[in-house]
Every structure is written in structure tokens, then in C-alpha cells.
Design a protein around this ligand. Structure first.
Ligand SMILES: *[C@@H]1O[C@H](CO)[C@@H](O)[C@H](O)[C@H]1NC(C)=O
Ligand SMILES: *[C@@H]1O[C@H](CO)[C@@H](O)[C@H](O)[C@H]1NC(C)=O
Ligand SMILES: *[C@@H]1O[C@H](CO)[C@@H](O)[C@H](O)[C@H]1NC(C)=O
Length: 446
């Protein structure tokens, strides 16, 4: 049970009650090599048309047996595709909370009536998107509840699970009934609220070890024993703490708001995190100095938290993020890269289909995980992590929904105060805010 994967449930579905179904719309299929039809100049003036094409093709990933299991509503990590035909060959039968969170964020937009989410989910019938999303959310909840019955030791948190069976099970290496249709989304939202309220009661018992220390990975004694059973135990698997100032912070807030910790414990939560938040200045190829937050390799997990909570409401967070994008875009110009640094799977080995290491290309499911700049290799892998992070970010994350719920629950001001203080302590004088974002200069990758 790996905690850094487990922040997906901050999203509240209570806001889904206000869902407005979108109008049905006629769709003509855009070219699968749509990028050629959009110039940089056009995109800078009007990005909607490019985004519509992107959403259409990335949405092809959202199919039963490719990216999720329609019987139990659970996501699959991803699928492999055939080198020649591009058809799906073998799927990753497992999943984890990070993929679940992307799927749920997408559905939240669909249920709220977003035409962009509908373009992704059901371009042939936009009006169908809210019910498609809600019925999958119903099945997913049913599956979670069954999982909780069989494995109460997880306390409502998801480990890596096997997802190609009706009742999901924890992956061993980590330690069908039809549902009736609900009359409206309110009841569904309330049932999800019960689920999330339950994780509030277990979070600290499982992960919090005192003095501000939160385990990154927990070993439990017995998956089938309830959290509060006297024989159940939870120990940190290693010395690694969940103290990062990135995605792990979402879980810090879960403990802060709902963990039932004392005031002193809450303060220490933020104390142990302090050393990890570091300001550095970037300077290369004539660009900079630009002040940014120190990270590792520009994984989307570094910025994941801003998709989930309203971080950009805090001026200093938005400014530091914008500086990071200045560096990300200008670094590619300085180093002559026809793309930006991400963290994705490397191209695959054509003889075995295996990923050859860690480091887009068009197919019938949208983009693939990675492609070589010189065109001699491609990754035949499709994953939520590489494809749908972009889609969810394009939809603006879910921070609009979360802000609304946090305000209603009187948690918003506390959130703003904590983050404003943490960022202002580290980032005092930002350099480079006058630098323009760089546009791609190495456009020819063929
Ligand atoms: C589901 O996908 C697997 C490959 O992951 C394939 O072998 C199987 O035939 C597919 N099942 C259906 C019903 O399409
Ligand atoms: C999960 O299981 C526990 C232990 O059986 C139970 O007390 C709890 O109510 C369940 N949670 C939900 C949301 O049903
Ligand atoms: C990606 O794979 C190529 C071989 O195709 C290899 O040369 C390269 O070192 C790999 N990159 C990383 C970061 O593993």
C-alpha cells in the first residue's frame, strides 16, 4: 500500500448535484493526424479547434477493455498496441489510485456538463456523457464497497489492484450484479460522500505515526482485519516519509482537515515538510536567472496537486508555477529539443514490446506514450498517466469543484493561509518573471 499514489479522493462529488446536461451535437471525425492542420499562429490566437481535435482522439482511449473495465468501473493502467495495425493487443490488468483519480476528475467534469469532457467521452452524442460518467461511478463505488468488505484493512484506501476481475483484489506483489439506475446524481454523490467520510476516520490510524511523520508506504498485518481491530497493525515499510511539497501534500491536507489530529500534531505535519521545499535559480542558454521550485525530472506528479486543489488562488503559487513553465519552454529552446521534458515510459523494444527504460505519436487511440525525436522508435503503450493528465489539465483540473466544496465546509481560508505561508517563506524575491514563455523552435521531428 503506497501512500503517494493515494490522494485521489479529495475530489468531492457533492458539487455534482448541480449538473447541467450539455446539448447533443453533431460531430465529424477530425483527421487522426490533426496536428498538421493547425499552425502555431492559429493555436496562439484560438486554441479551441486544436483542443477539440485532441480531445476527440484522446477520447478513443476511453473504451471498455482498453482503459477501464465497464463491468466494475475500475480503470486499467493502460494497454499495449500492435506495432503494425495499432490495434490494442494486451492490457495492463492492474490499476492504482492515480489512474482512478484521473478517471474520476474527468467524470466530474462530464457530470457537471462540460462540453469538452463530453467531446472526450462521447463525441457522437454529447448529451450522453453525464449518464455515461455517472453509471461508471456507480459501478466503481459498488466495487470499492465490495473491496472494503473483503479487505477492510485498507481502510478505504486503494493499493495497486487487479482490475480485470469483477471484484478487485490487492496485487500480490504489493502485499456481476447489474446496478439499478439512480434517479439523479444527488444520491450517487451522497453515497460517494459516505465513502470519503469513511477514509477520514481511517487515514490517521493507518498513516500517521506522530511528530508530523506520515508513512510513505505502510505494511499492514492482515488485509482482512478491520482498521480498528486489536490485532491489526500498521508500520512504515521504510524510513521514507510522505513529506514532499508536491502531490503528497494533498494527503497532508486530508490529515490536516479530517485526520482528527491535535493542533500541535497539525503544526508538525508542516514542520517535517519544510526542508523539501527549495528555491533555485535556472540560467542556461541566455535564459534566466529564473526562480523556480526545485524538483527532479518534471514528472506530472510534481504538479498534480494544482489539478486537484485551488492552489492558483494563491498568488505566489501561481507565480512560481509560471516561472517553472518559463524554464520548461525555454530550456527546450536552449537545448534544441523539439518538445518539453516530461517523465514517461521510454520507447519499447520491437522484439519484446518491453519498455526499454524511463525517459507522441498518432494512433487510433490518440497519442502513444513516447516517440523518438528521430522517428526510429515509438512506445506501443497507452496509459492514463501520459495521455489523460493532459486532458484533465486542459479541462482545468477539478480545483473549481473543490474550491466550492472547501468554501462550503469552511476549509478554504485555512488552506490559503497554510500554503501562502509555506510558499512565502521559501520564495521571497522571484527572478525572471519578465521572461516570455518560449515557443517551440525545433518543429520538424520527421
Ligand atoms: C479484451 O482485451 C484483451 C487484451 O487485453 C483481449 O485478449 C480480449 O479479447 C478483449 N476482450 C474483448 C471482449 O474484447
Ligand atoms: C468499510 O468496512 C468497515 C469495516 O467492515 C466498515 O466499518 C465501514 O463502514 C465500511 N465503509 C464503507 C464506506 O462502507
Ligand atoms: C531509452 O531507450 C533507448 C534505446 O532505445 C536508450 O538508448 C536510452 O538510453 C533509453 N533512455 C533512458 C532514459 O532509459
Amino acid at each position: 500500500m503506497r501512500l503517494h499514489e493515494k490522494f485521489g479522493h479529495v475530489l468531492t462529488l457533492a458539487t455534482l448535484v448541480n449538473a447541467i446536461p450539455s446539448k447533443s451535437g453533431h460531430t465529424s471525425e477530425p483527421s487522426c493526424r490533426f496536428a498538421h492542420h493547425h499552425s502555431q499562429k492559429q493555436n496562439l490566437q484560438y486554441s479551441t479547434s486544436f483542443i477539440n481535435d485532441m480531445l476527440y482522439w484522446e477520447g478513443k482511449f476511453h473504451q471498455n477493455n482498453i482503459s477501464y473495465n465497464s463491468n466494475n468501473g475500475i480503470s486499467y493502467d493502460g494497454s499495449n498496441i500492435d506495432w503494425v495495425t495499432g490495434e490494442a493487443t494486451e492490457k495492463h490488468t492492474f490499476s492504482a489510485a492515480s489512474k482512478e483519480s484521473l478517471q474520476i476528475m474527468l467524470y466530474a467534469h462530464a457530470i457537471a456538463g462540460s462540453p469538452e469532457a463530453a467531446r472526450f467521452l462521447s463525441p457522437e452524442n454529447l448529451a450522453k456523457a453525464p449518464t455515461t460518467a455517472a453509471s461508471t461511478m456507480q459501478r466503481k463505488l459498488q466495487t470499492y464497497l465490495k473491496f472494503n468488505e473483503t479487505y477492510p484493512g485498507f481502510g478505504g484506501f486503494l493499493p495497486w489492484v487487479t482490475a480485470d476481475i469483477q471484484d478487485i483484489t490487492p496485487r500480490s506483489d504489493w502485499a456481476n450484479a447489474r446496478l439499478r439506475t439512480h434517479k439523479n446524481y444527488r444520491e450517487l454523490a451522497q453515497r460517494w460522500q459516505v465513502w470519503m467520510d469513511y477514509t477520514k476516520t481511517t487515514a490517521a490510524k493507518i498513516f500517521y505515526k506522530g511528530d508530523g511523520r506520515v508513512c510513505a508506504v505502510v505494511e499492514m498485518k492482515d488485509q482482512s482485519l478491520p482498521v480498528s481491530h486489536s490485532d491489526q497493525t500498521y508500520v512504515c515499510e521504510s524510513k521514507d516519509l510522505l513529506d514532499d511539497p508536491f502531490e503528497g501534500e494533498i494527503f497532508t491536507f486530508w490529515l490536516q482537515f479530517f485526520g482528527g489530529l491535535s493542533k500541535a500534531d497539525k503544526e508538525t505535519l508542516w514542520e517535517v515538510k519544510k526542508p523539501q521545499s527549495v528555491s533555485v535559480d535556472y540560467e542556461m542558454g541566455g535564459f534566466g536567472p529564473i526562480t523556480i521550485q526545485k524538483g527532479f525530472w518534471f514528472s506530472s506528479h510534481k504538479t498534480w496537486k494544482v489539478m486537484q486543489m485551488p492552489y492558483y488562488d494563491i498568488d505566489i503559487v501561481r507565480r512560481v508555477f509560471e516561472n517553472a513553465e518559463r524554464v520548461r519552454t525555454c530550456n527546450s529552446v536552449a537545448t534544441k529539443l523539439p518538445g518539453m521534458f516530461p517523465s514517461i515510459n521510454n520507447i519499447t523494444d520491437p522484439s519484446t514490446g518491453d519498455v526499454t527504460g524511463y525517459i507522441s505519436n498518432a494512433d487510433i487511440y490518440g497519442s502513444t506514450e513516447a516517440t523518438r525525436v528521430d522517428g526510429t522508435g515509438v512506445s506501443v503503450l497507452l496509459t492514463w498517466d501520459s495521455k489523460i493528465t493532459t486532458v484533465v489539465a486542459t479541462l482545468g483540473g477539478v480545483n473549481g469543484f473543490v474550491r466550492q466544496k472547501m468554501k462550503a465546509d469552511n476549509l478554504y481560508d485555512e488552506f490559503v493561509d497554510i500554503i501562502d505561508a509555506e510558499y512565502s517563506r521559501v520564495f521571497k524575491h522571484l527572478k525572471g518573471e519578465n521572461v516570455n514563455f518560449c515557443l517551440p523552435q525545433e518543429t520538424d521531428c520527421s
